[in-house]
Design a protein around this ligand. Sequence first.
Ligand SMILES: *Cc1c(COP(=O)(O)O)cnc(C)c1O
Length: 391
Amino acid sequence: MKNRSPQTRLVHAGRDPRGQHGLVNPPVYHGSTVLFPSVDALEKASADPFAGVYYGRYGTPTHFALEAAVAELAGGAGAVTVSSGLAAITASLFSVLEQGDHVLVADSVYAPTRKFCDTMLARTGVQTTYFDPMAGAEIAELIRPETRALFLESPGSLTFEVQDVPLLADVAHAHGLSVIMDNTWATPLLFQALAHGVDICVHSATKYIVGHADAMLGLLVSNQDHHKKVRRAVAALGNCAGPDDCYLALRGLRTLDVRLRRHEASAAALAEWLSARPEVARVLHPALENHPGHEIWVRDFHGASGLFGVVLKPYSPQAVAAMLDGLELFGMGFSWGGYESLILPTHPETLRTAAPWHAEGPCLRIHAGLDNVDDLKEDLTAGFERLCAAG
Ligand SMILES: *Cc1c(COP(=O)(O)O)cnc(C)c1O
């Protein structure tokens, strides 16, 4: 399968019909206890609990099928499933950091990542320095003798700056750091993080991989040097995903390419249309030529997904509420990556510490779902009318 195209591998990865009575999909194994036939077998299994089915918390064949599929798609030595995207992030940091260490984190990361660094990591004696997501080789100046890891997210949450991952990874590796990246936006289909120098790639599978807003799940895909460390960290933290959720993620994977292509096309059409609206100051979408890091996105990515940002001209919070409250097709709520369209008011200026965020007016985040894009434009047009009427 290694030589096949990603679309074909999505269809076949992690499946073994011959091992399961010919049925196309792997069964869902529900289980905690695993019975061993003898003391000898029990002791042998305990010597390496990651070698096979050992105890429910370490995974079942359903987990292993998803992990094998994602490791193959992302080009990793292995993948590990956890209970949420945030659990994948925290496990990735705990797998490489210990008391007294220092970590560099992009200023545009997902807000709960930041919260974890500022609270739990700080309490365990790990210091965090945030850096401008558009920084290049100058991040070397922030590296201290005790710096152990670099945490990237590209494009950034809410603001969508595209980072120069290969360059940053080279600088980090020259100083012996581990490179972690949150690749939730692109999925392994649109950005091959490990091939671009990342050591541990984390995904909120809750988003596009599950794809139907019906499960919480996280994945960590690592290279040979980091996979065992990640497995041990996840085991030590007691984190495990439910088998039904792994099944939903496996099912989501099979249609990931077709869904992403529609999300991409609709988001691109909306981004272009919104750019020309008189109410809009700027659209934050990596495929737009003036977007920060656009040329890096062109160089490194295989496309865009359906999530992007919009900066409005100055309008009152009441006017924005009037616009959003009346939308019929866009829902308001957290997460994204499902089939449904979403919109959210965002406040990136409240999160930044290294690279202050200046916007002309209120910010929105839009997820283009699988609805017809002309219907989505109509819904937004009516919203803009309410926005202007409310001033
Ligand atoms: C949603 C999200 C997460 C967290 O995922 P959960 O599955 O909700 O825990 C992590 N990173 C990014 C970029 C996200 O958007």
